[in-house]
Design a protein around this ligand. Sequence first.
Ligand code: CMP
Length: 480
Amino acid sequence: MRRRHSKNTLLFLIVIAVVALLGWYLIYALEGPIRASLLRLEAGNIASVDNLLRILRLVLLAILAYVSVRALNFLIFGLFRLRRGFDAPTLIQNVFSIVAFTLLFFLIFSFIFPEANLGALFTTSAIFGVILGLALQDTLGNFFAGISLQADRPFQVGDVVSVGDQKHTGVIEEISWRAIKIRTFQNHVVLINNSTAAKEPIEVCPRDNLNARLVFFNTLYTDSPAKTIHIVREAVREADNVSQKIAPIVRIRNLGDNSVDYELKYWLDDYAKYNDTDALVRQRIWYAFKRNGLTFAFPTRTLHIERQGRHPRERDGGAVVERLSAVDIFAPLSPEETAMLAGAAVRHVFAPGEIVIRAGEPGSSMFVVHHGRVSVQISDNGRPRTVATLKEGDFFGEMALFTGEPRTANVVAVEETEVLEIGHGAMKKVFDTNPDLVESLSFIMSERRAGLASQFDSGPSSEIESAGILSAIKRFFGIS
Ligand code: CMP
């Protein structure tokens, strides 16, 4: 469409240039006969015939000047489009044409009428200018506001803008000497006067900028934040038009009455398509929720009925018993003893990065990793160094529990982690009926101690330690 329009314009310019050149040639070649016939018409007035011929020349040269300015305009701004990939503002193109044509016209005028007093012409035109200026106050206001907007270059054709209190939002299609033309996302055209635009606040989302969007969603309080954040981020990161340059961010924005409220911040390759991309992102979130058992929240009232005689710990007791019976040090325990231990265990959930136990603090319980992973960390010149990573079924915290000494290391959740905490009392019961357990525990503990000591290039051998720990546990738990 645009190309056809350019072709027609070019053809039109060529035709009028050819006509003007032909006219110029005819006047030049046939000056004698034309003069003679004009003289006859003007009853022998040579001066007026001369003026007539000069005006004719002025008109023809002005046409040629017009064609040249248009051709120059075409060339310069065509090159601009080729290099930058978008059109220069119409306003700039128009100002260029007006200035170039006015200059050329005055040059031609003083060439054809060298005796004319341009100063007087300017004085007269200044008076006319004042009258015209008053009449065209609004139009000129728009014109100069347009020029100042262009000088600042706050936006360009193709940028998404939102103008004024009424929030006219859309893509800039044209910036002319009178107005900014915006195509809204409903495919309407909004024209905003330059002088109005110069006064209004304008939010600009430049085309070659990584612009971000926020999409809101919520979950039930029972859904884990770490899981939700991970799942949503993964679900949207490869959606169409979501920029690969910056990973989306998911964060909790509020702990609401009925829901945990989140916001997803993502960046777009093409901001002008944000409505479609927002919709696609919401769709991805819905499917990810469905696949992973997450639930959107709506105003709810949850009724908790606690059955008499049934401890909350017992509700999911089966899984805890199963977990504890798979822990190697508890293998010698009878099913009843394992069930007793499971009944005494308290469940805790930790977010990724949270410290479960802190080095140097006293401790009177040990832990079994039920779900997730933890890392055992020591401080190396003030920086954390991981000495071991423990997975589901592994245990930790036994050293302080069995010896009464402070915790030897930090234990930090690597991902969302659920641990089972077993206290001193429950372990004492187990030791009373299973004295052999002390021995196998002391061996594991001495190995762990050796692991810690090797990090600092010192420490006794595992066997010596094992004997020392064995008697320390026995003393601490009063086992003979
Ligand atoms: P405790 O000293 O009570 O607290 C920190 C815990 O980290 C410690 O008990 C052990 O359970 C655990 N731990 C320390 N060193 C190691 C290691 N080398 N390998 C595995 N676990 C360890």
